[in-house]
Ligand binder design. Structure first.
Ligand code: ATP
Length: 553
């Protein structure tokens, strides 16, 4: 538990960054230059009716149209919708004067009390678009009982912490308390903090559900006035939907509670669901033109097809070398499909980064690390001028690491949306960036999911030195890491649409485990029979089985 006047590290660093090279501000300026922007350039906004729920309307009817040449936070204060002391806090604590396009498009409606489903590209300031109205809610009608008044739900722990930092910075000078409730932290400490009814609670779904179902904490949730799902499509999707449904059912019903859904990607299924969660008359706002794709034009995207599973690592090395040479401050996020592959790639690169000139430090974030380690690494990478962060999807959404020059996705993302969010870790707040996707032949089916996105083919031939350096680094990676990465690889690819048949999949995994350019093992790792059964690979030739659970011998 912290008071709102403390702890402002991340957002403070981001506080003076502007949208100087186009991007969101450029977009917003287009709206206002002509007084009223041409229809295709305007954010699509509508007041939803049940009939209009399945699509975003083109009718710009909300009062959030910017009124000056560049939409300013001051405009909202002049219209009487933003409180003057909150405007001061935005100016003084965040140092922002200009609204981004999504902020200009949504905040009028939200500050007037409407529910909202908002879609805007990655890195365009959606967090403040819901945080500012959240804080204004805290400044308004006091609750009749002591209660948490605003809740923000985030799919990942790191994002929850980041939102808390930004909220605390904005709340500096106000007497509000916030608390972050996330998995991986002491439950009893967390419960004690929740029991004091902080004004603003930022939580991950599992922990929030635990609190809501705890009778001793029930009283703290009686007057929640403001409820946000950040990365709403992910929260309402299969993995989280059960927890989310329970959360919604446990929150005391009140017609006065405002609910907001925000994301850079909103598939149609989620638009339909929104109708059930939001009150009638909610605002649908989409700042992405119908003809546009969900990625930024200024981030060139490249596709690298590697010829085999054992050219992935040397190709990645060749790519890092080439791209490092092309920029002063190479700062990359490299996404892998699973936690254990992330660990393997990070341990492998640790032995390489130190040999490069200039030295490239390695960072690693995934769910197999302790929460404190995850947070420490996120903070270190945020502050880093250069380096390579190997990450699983825990950093795919929302994370705002400053000045990331490259996003490299190694292996297929779990779906189309995840590709867009991962790419969005670069080119944020109007900055430039570059994206690469490295696919092996067995991943070709994934391309149908992103066929409309502008990926240009990129050829890359790793040299014999790349192979040598990669193999030598791999020989120093502990065998346990390789064994786990092998099993995780099989588990991930077995589940993917258009995956190889089981026999071919195991053969590919074995090639990776023992082939040159791969893990360099003498034999494929032993697999626990129960794991093999769960993966649906029972009886597949080529697997080496053990009845002993790994790690228990
Ligand atoms: N009005 C503004 N002017 C300048 N910079 C801003 C403004 N609003 C937000 N930013 C900065 O823009 C960056 C991206 O914002 P934010 O993280 O909210 O993006 P997002 O749209 O939520 O991205 P994602 O879809 O990846 O979650 C942050 O560093 C934030 O501090």
């Amino acid at each position: 538990m912290d008071n709102g006047t403390k702890g402002m590290s991340r957002a403070g660093r981001g506080g003076s960054r502007g949208f100087s090279r186009g991007g969101a501000r450029g977009g917003a300026r287009k709206v206002s230059q002509a007084g009223v922007a041409p229809p295709e350039k305007r954010p699509r906004m509508d007041i939803a009716t049940p009939e209009s729920m399945s699509q975003f309307s083109t009718a710009p009817t909300t009062p959030a149209e910017p009124s000056s040449a560049t939409p300013l936070f001051q405009d909202l204060a002049d219209q009487g919708v933003l409180k003057p002391n909150l405007l001061q806090a935005i100016h003084n604590n965040l140092k922002y004067k200009t609204m981004t396009e999504v902020q200009a498009a949504t905040m009028g409606s939200i500050l007037e009390g409407k529910d909202c489903l908002a879609q805007a590209k990655t890195g365009t300031g959606k967090t403040l678009a819901f945080l500012i109205p959240a804080i204004q809610t805290l400044m308004g009608r006091p609750p009749t009982k002591k209660s948490i008044r605003a809740i923000i739900v985030s799919p990942t722990r790191e994002l929850a912490k980041q939102i808390t930092d930004e909220a605390r910075l904005l709340m500096t000078g106000f007497n509000f308390r916030s608390h972050t409730s996330i998995g991986g932290l002491s439950t009893s400490k967390d419960q004690k903090a929740v029991l004091t009814c902080p004004d603003l609670l930022i939580a991950t779904p599992g922990r929030l559900h635990d609190h809501l179902s705890n009778p001793s904490l029930k009283a703290c949730f009686t007057e929640v006035q403001f409820f946000v799902l950040d990365e709403a499509d992910q929260l309402l999707d299969q993995g989280f939907s059960v927890a989310l449904n329970k959360i919604m059912a446990l929150l005391p019903p009140t017609p006065k509670r405002q609910t907001l859904l925000f994301s850079a990607t909103v598939p149609n299924t989620i638009k339909q669901l929104a109708g059930k969660l939001l009150r009638p008359g909610y605002a649908l706002i989409n700042t992405i033109n119908e003809t546009d794709v969900g990625t930024h034009e200024r981030i060139p995207q490249f596709l690298i097809h590697v010829p085999s599973v054992n050219t992935v690592l040397p190709s990645l090395l060749a790519l890092i070398r080439a791209e490092q040479a092309s920029t002063d401050k190479f700062k990359a996020v490299i996404f892998l499909p699973t936690a254990y592959q992330t660990k393997l790639f990070a341990e492998h690169f640790t032995h390489i980064g130190s040999t490069l000139t200039p030295f490239l430090p390695t960072y690693e974030i995934h769910s197999r690390l302790s929460q404190s380690k995850r947070e420490k690494t996120a903070d270190e990478f945020r502050a880093a001028k250069t380096g390579v962060l190997f990450s699983s999807d825990v950093s795919a959404r929302g994370m705002d690491f400053p000045d990331v020059t490259h996003v490299i996705q190694v292996g297929q993302p779990s779906n189309r949306e995840q590709y867009i969010h991962r790419l969005g870790r670069t080119g944020r707040a109007g900055k430039s960036g570059k994206g690469f996707l490295i696919l092996a032949p067995y991943e070709a089916a994934y391309l149908t999911q992103i066929k409309d996105l502008p990926l240009a083919p990129h050829t890359l031939a790793p040299t014999s030195t790349d192979f040598e350096v990669s193999n030598s680094a791999m020989s120093r990676v502990p065998e346990q890491t390789k064994n786990r990465a092998y099993s995780a690889w099989l588990g991930f690819y077995k589940q993917q649409k258009g995956a190889l048949k089981p026999q071919a999949l195991v053969q590919m995994a074995n090639e990776m485990a023992c082939g040159k350019g791969g893990f360099g093992l003498k034999l494929p790792p032993l697999m626990w029979t129960q794991t093999v059964g769960k993966m649906g690979l029972k009886g597949v030739e080529g697997l080496r089985l053990t009845k002993v659970k790994p790690g228990s011998d």
